[in-house]
Design a protein around this ligand. Structure first.
Ligand code: NAD
Ligand code: DAU
Length: 336
């Protein structure tokens, strides 16, 4: 493993992963392959610009010729696959886009990995493939998939293809299934950055339904360390859950953001629920911990670091929120 093609790394988690890997592995070359959708921001990779270990290729993972071109030009031996349409609410409005990017795109990459005889394919998946998990159950890696949104169904389908390529063609694959990430460069369509940036501007925090849905919010840097560990020590053909194993109610998360910022709780506004909203995700993370992984942040520490980053980096999120984002906000929230 020396030359890595990292798809979707102009987005939130991928860009954090690139910064983590550049700092830790001076012998690796990291080539970001990204279409730059609305969620892909070159600003996220600014700190890597000019680093001889780093290169950026603008391309679509559904475009096999572009993928092959990048693999050959940079002598790629490993793909780490983050690229996806990632927002559940967007998938409710435009489901076909998700099938194209997340399912077809993943299979194009798998074909390219197989035919170019790459050493390794690591796939970034999600805890949403397991579906809604009633308390006190926790999802283990061998559990059946029960995805319930167009987004999670597309991620489950992608995973099935990854496993099929491992079994059928002997492709050296691993998969990580992460819980909700929070941290720097999180696009403000997602709950934590939306609530934080709205609160900074004294705007309402739109809580879906009763706010009693539970998520395992983990710091993005901890997730990146988990991916790094599986990439280097994971068993081929296997999947690993990545999360803290501690869940929080959305309403409590919103209250904590307001408390950190010193804003009034009157900003909390209950709006119509997400259709098909999964009430709870909860992971059993013992398999990854057995490889030596320990998350460095509690939820409170992760949230504090995240809110602080948004307070200190208005240059990053203000242009997003004042631009094309407004159309999305109207589409998703006006009728709620
Ligand atoms: P993001 O939306 O912030 O970034 C996605 C990136 O993929 C963007 O840079 C976008 O331009 C790129 N992209 C989309 N379609 C593409 C295509 N056809 N070709 C090339 N590039 C394309 O997403 P994120 O939150 O960073 O999530 C990254 C991955 O992690 C996704 O696979 C997602 O399913 C998974 N995941 C996310 C979370 C989370 O909490 N955000 C948790 C678990 C798993
Ligand atoms: O669990 C992992 C998943 O986490 C990833 O696979 C997805 O890519 C990522 O987007 C995230 O999905 P969620 O739907 O859980 O994240 P989101 O930030 O959109 O919502 C978090 C919770 O907050 C969820 O229960 C819905 C709720 N919510 C969300 C928004 C945007 C609100 O109450 N109000 C909102 O405005």
């Amino acid at each position: 493993m020396k030359n890595l093609l990292i798809t979707g790394a102009a987005g939130f988690i991928g860009s954090n992963f690139v910064h983590h890997m550049l700092a830790k592995y001076p012998g690796y070359k990291l080539v970001v392959f990204d279409k730059l959708t609305y969620a892909g921001r070159l600003e996220n990779l600014k700190a890597a610009e000019g680093n001889p270990q780093f290169a950026f290729v603008r391309g679509d993972i559904c475009d096999r010729a572009a993928v092959d071109g990048a693999i050959r030009e940079h002598a790629i031996d490993t793909i780490v696959h983050f690229a996806a349409e990632s927002h559940v609410d967007q998938s409710i409005h435009s489901p076909l886009v998700f099938t194209e990017a997340n399912v077809t795109g993943t299979q194009v990459l798998l074909e390219a990995a197989r035919q170019n005889k790459l050493e390794r394919f690591h796939h970034i998946s999600t805890d949403e493939v397991y579906g809604a998990i009633p308390a006190p159950n926790r999802s283990k890696e061998g559990d059946a998939f029960e995805p319930r949104s167009p987004y999670s169904a597309s991620k489950a389908a992608a995973e099935h293809l990854v496993y099929a390529y491992h079994i059928t063609y002997g492709l050296a694959t691993t998969i990580t299934r992460g819980s909700n990430n929070i941290g720097p460069f999180h696009y403000p369509e997602k709950a934590v950055p939306l609530f934080t940036t709205n609160a900074i501007d004294d705007l309402p925090l739109p809580i879906y339904g009763d706010g009693k849905q539970m998520r395992d919010y983990q710091y993005v840097g901890d997730h990146c360390e988990g991916i790094d560990l599986v990439l280097h020590k994971g068993v081929l053909g296997e999947a690993y859950n990545v999360g803290t194993g501690v869940e929080t109610y959305n309403i409590d998360m919103a209250h904590k953001i307001l408390a950190i910022l010193g804003k009034p709780t009157s900003l909390i506004t209950h709006v119509a629920d997400r259709v098909g909203h999964d009430r709870r995700y909860a992971l059993d993370v013992s398999k990854l911990k057995a490889l030596g992984w320990v998350p460095r942040h509690t939820f409170d520490q992760a949230l504090e670091a995240t809110v602080k980053w948004f307070v200190e980096n208005e240059w990053w999120w203000r242009p997003i929120k004042s631009g094309e984002f407004k159309a999305w906000y109207d589409k998703n929230y006006a009728a709620r």
